[in-house]
Design a protein around this ligand. Structure first.
Ligand code: HEM
Length: 226
């Protein structure tokens, strides 16, 4: 495929609709708010971070509501991106060759569809962790507890709350590590950020990293090659 349009500019391939990007960025902003406000509640040494939001009382209000926005945003993203994240045989072949991913020798990797196995792992691990964060977060939140009690008759004891605090913190640390990997990969693989910012990538990016997806897009007439 020619990577240049007749104008000489690289061919751009649509990757995300406007609504998918808005969905992703609302969720990502909510995540950063959760990260900073959550860290300020986590340890007294990090309490200074609450200053970003106007103090401790504000953080205690903001954190759970940002959690609600994040969880709903993730649910919508999950439904939207689920079909492209279903596991397939190629994912195992790709993972078996992970050393070529790290060394940037893409020519030794199998052709992948819209997402590679690493991206699918990010998707599925967040899909497992978000419900854990939501349930344990509800058990730490007074309005959440009232809701659980009035709706489901669940009465949380002090032991439940202690357990919820440990589970919430452990899941949060894991989520943050996965998020750092996600953002690092988005920056490290040049041209990826524009997928989520502009909604499109260059043909060269598609050819190098998601060749099977690119071929499908071309076959479906979504790309005008130069
Ligand atoms: C705030 C910083 C973030 C940045 C810079 C970022 C960047 C990106 C980029 C560039 C893509 C497109 C990748 C591609 O099409 O190949 C993407 C996709 C995606 N992002 Fe983010 N993201 C951020 C936060 C998050 C958070 C907080 C989550 C969820 C917890 C998330 C979940 C996803 C998912 C599920 C995809 C689709 C790829 C897949 O299914 O693995 N992102 N992100």
């Amino acid at each position: 495929m020619n990577d240049k349009a007749p104008s000489g500019a690289p061919v751009r391939v649509p990757r995300y609709s406007g609504s998918a990007r808005i969905n992703h960025w609302i969720m990502a902003i909510a995540f950063v708010i959760l990260l900073l406000s959550g860290l300020s509640l986590f340890h007294p040494a990090l309490f200074f971070l609450s200053g970003i939001f106007g103090g401790g009382a504000m953080v205690r209000w903001l954190h759970p509501w940002a959690g609600v926005v994040f969880a709903l945003g993730f649910l919508m993203l999950f439904i939207r991106f689920l079909p492209a994240n279903l596991p397939e045989l190629t994912d195992f072949k790709w993972l078996a060759k992970i050393r070529y991913v790290v060394s940037g020798r893409d020519e030794f990797l199998p052709e992948v569809g819209k997402y590679n196995a690493g991206q699918k792992l990010v998707f599925w691990s967040q899909a497992a962790l978000v419900p854990i964060m939501v349930v344990s977060g509800f058990a730490l939140w007074t309005p959440g507890l009232d809701f659980l009690q009035s709706t489901f008759g669940i009465k949380a004891t002090m032991d439940h709350r202690r357990l919820a605090a440990v589970v919430h913190a452990a899941a949060a640390v894991t989520t943050i590590v996965i998020w750092i990997v996600h953002v690092y990969a988005a920056i490290w693989v040049r041209g990826t950020l524009s997928a989520m910012i502009r909604g499109s990538v260059t043909g060269g990016w598609g050819w190098r990293h998601h060749r099977r997806w690119l071929k499908r897009e071309v076959a479906d007439g979504h790309v005008k090659s130069g």
